[in-house]
Write a protein that binds this ligand. Structure first.
Ligand SMILES: [Zn+2]
Length: 135
């Protein structure tokens, strides 16, 4: 087998870097983090309009960075591999930010304005809690 040339290898190496090389896409990956997030959650986390978020999510999915899963009325997005978060953390060092600063904003928050199951745990209807007594 022929040894791949530096230009061949370089092109391959550039692909994942190019796929996430915009502040918007990095923001989405940070907001999704190691877990899952629906569009409403990303709206709350980033303060962007849904159409704008969807457009970037679509691109990240097409680049095989994100996968989605539907559950009821929510579509959840997750990273296919945490390696992209590692890449972002490496970039933190290169950009003069501490890895701690970046780690602190990786999806851990809940948002009062978001109604996703992550932010608003299911409210059990009070009727189902009432114990039926036969008195
Ligand atoms: Zn949420």
């Amino acid at each position: 087998m022929k040894k791949p040339s530096i230009p061949d290898i370089s092109e391959k190496l550039a692909a994942p870097l190019q796929a996430i090389a915009s502040p918007q896409r990095i923001a989405l990956l940070l907001a999704i983090g190691n877990g899952e997030a629906c569009v409403c959650h990303l709206e709350a986390a980033l303060g962007w309009r849904q159409a704008y978020i969807s457009q970037h999510l679509m691109a990240l999915r097409k680049a095989d960075i994100l996968q989605d899963r539907r559950e009821g009325r929510y579509v959840y997005y997750r990273l296919k591999t945490a390696s992209y978060l590692d890449l972002i953390l490496d970039s933190a060092t290169l950009s003069g930010l501490s890895a701690e600063t970046v780690s602190a904003v990786i999806n851990t928050q809940t948002y009062p304005s978001c109604e996703c199951p992550h932010c608003t745990p299911a409210v059990i209807p009070i009727d189902t809690l009432r114990v039926k007594t036969s008195s």
